[in-house]
Design a protein around this ligand. Structure first.
Ligand SMILES: *Cc1c(COP(=O)(O)O)cnc(C)c1O
Length: 376
């Protein structure tokens, strides 16, 4: 029996054909027509004017912060319950992250805490240069109050939509709301280019400059002329061909992941102490990963016992993201609240949620979890 992974790549014969077609076209050099088509397709999905394909989501966030002129001595707000890549680029710019706790309703950044913090910082003249909002596990943060308070203080919002391609918030697509937004096409995300990302905005000059910086800041002259420091951050045309093919399959993937979430919740939701990630609007999430918490006091089991039992069956399950304010690398950073995220980290886990996960394998996961609960 092969191991059941959390969120493995889902590659079809159509993907093989798409990559083969790019190789045959010889657009390998590395730019080409598939890159432009992939940028347009993702921009259209996110209702954005402009997009630049990059070799990671992390690179996209780094460029967004550079374009917002984040510098040493500045601060940038970021949720604490997220992957480290949501905050690392703040430090690449020499700036200081300020971590903000989650709200229990969506597990995303708490708009009330954000407003309090911005109010205090406005009073002391220490407003952050930017606010990064993450749409965790494919569900959007409560963007209306977040965008409103950031606009009031004139602070640009960067949407980390790495996990949220295809999700929406009150009819607006994830990645279509902040000054900048980005997606990730890493191997574990809902669609993949093996590694990749995309930066989006509605201001063409920003995306032009991001493309310039991502291409070694090479001046448009025949000899190699450089006036500023650049990066090698662009996605290759071969991988864009794969991305286009994967993107065509997005709605099937969301439906498959939603079916996993609903099957897990139906089979496990009544177990003592078990709660599933609250979903505000069932039609708006992309269900990237099914997440649940187990209260060890109420429950007949615990998060760690369930992960260990599944591992014994060769099933990969993992705790939720470890909050960044608890990470050794960020131990000296400012942090606002944190109890909600700490509680989620202590009790939460993600279940196998691949878009190619079979019903038989999903049943095996369900049986593995149920077996951990004494009262049945
Ligand atoms: C995956 C991920 C990133 C980083 O994307 P890469 O393409 O792996 O660099 C950033 N933020 C979140 C929330 C992610 O899940």
């Amino acid at each position: 029996m092969p191991r059941i992974y959390l969120s493995p790549p889902d590659i079809s014969t159509r993907d093989h054909a798409a990559v083969d077609a790019v190789l045959t076209s010889n657009w390998v050099a590395p730019v080409g027509p598939d890159l432009e088509a992939f940028e347009s397709a993702v921009a259209e999905l996110a209702e954005r004017q402009y997009a630049v394909a990059l070799n990671s989501g992390t690179a996209a966030l780094h460029l967004a912060l550079q374009l917002l002129n984040v510098q040493p001595g500045d601060s940038v707000i970021c949720p604490t319950l997220t992957f480290a890549a949501s905050a690392n680029p703040i430090c690449y710019c020499g700036a200081d992250p300020i971590f903000v706790d989650s709200e229990p309703r969506t597990w995303n950044m708490d708009p009330v805490l954000l407003e309090l913090e911005l109010g205090e910082r406005a009073a002391s003249g220490e407003l952050p240069k930017a606010v990064i909002v993450v749409h965790l596990y494919g569900q959007c943060a409560d963007m209306d109050p977040i965008l409103a308070v950031c606009e009031r203080y004139g602070i640009p919002v960067v949407e980390d939509a790495a996990e949220a391609l295809g999700a929406s918030y009150k009819g607006r697509p994830a990645g279509g709301m902040g000054a900048f937004s980005f997606f990730s096409f890493n191997g574990n995300k809902i669609i993949t280019t093996s590694g990749g990302g995309m930066l989006l905005a509605d201001k063409g000059s920003w995306i032009d400059r991001a493309r310039f910086l991502a291409t070694q800041a090479r001046e448009p002259v025949a000899h190699y002329e450089h006036r500023e420091l650049g990066y090698n951050y662009r996605l290759s045309n071969v991988l864009a061909g794969l991305g286009l093919s994967q993107l065509d399959d997005l709605s099937r993937r969301i439906a498959a992941k939603r079916a996993h979430f609903e099957a897990y919740r139906a089979a496990l939701g009544e177990l003592p102490g078990v709660r599933f990630m609250p979903i505000e609007d069932p039609d708006a999430a992309n269900y990237w990963l099914t997440c649940m918490t187990i209260d060890p006091v109420e429950g007949g089991s615990s998060r760690d016992a369930v992960i260990a039992a599944l591992e014994a069956e060769d099933v990969e399950a993992r705790p939720l993201w470890k909050p960044l304010h608890m990470q050794p690398v960020f131990q000296d950073c400012a942090s606002i609240g944190g109890e909600c995220a700490e509680g989620l980290f202590a009790t939460g886990l993600c279940l196998p949620s691949g878009s190619a996960l079979s019903v038989a394998d999903r049943s095996k996961v369900i049986e593995g979890v149920r077996a951990c609960f004494v009262t049945q």
